[in-house]
Design a protein around this ligand. Structure first.
Ligand SMILES: [Zn+2]
Length: 68
């Protein structure tokens, strides 16, 4: 008879509060940088077509749907 048992890695020692907190000290997320759209002044991510007005580098335009 074959036993259908999965074996997992088991921690040898309990991780202390300090060790856990030291590890998680590097897990914080940072806010993404934003620039101001020169056309509509919205805060947008850099090097991307503006999602609000469709402008990039002042003139290249992506046609936007009329938001009514
Ligand atoms: Zn814009």
């Amino acid at each position: 008879m074959r036993l259908n048992i999965q074996l997992f890695a088991v921690p040898f020692h309990r991780v202390s509060k300090t060790r856990k907190r030291m590890r998680r000290a590097h897990m914080a997320l940072t806010a993404t940088g934003t620039v101001t759209c020169p056309n509509c002044k919205a805060a947008i991510r850099p090097h991307r077509v503006c999602p609000k007005c469709g402008f990039y580098k002042g003139k290249e335009e992506v046609a936007m749907k009329e938001a009514e």
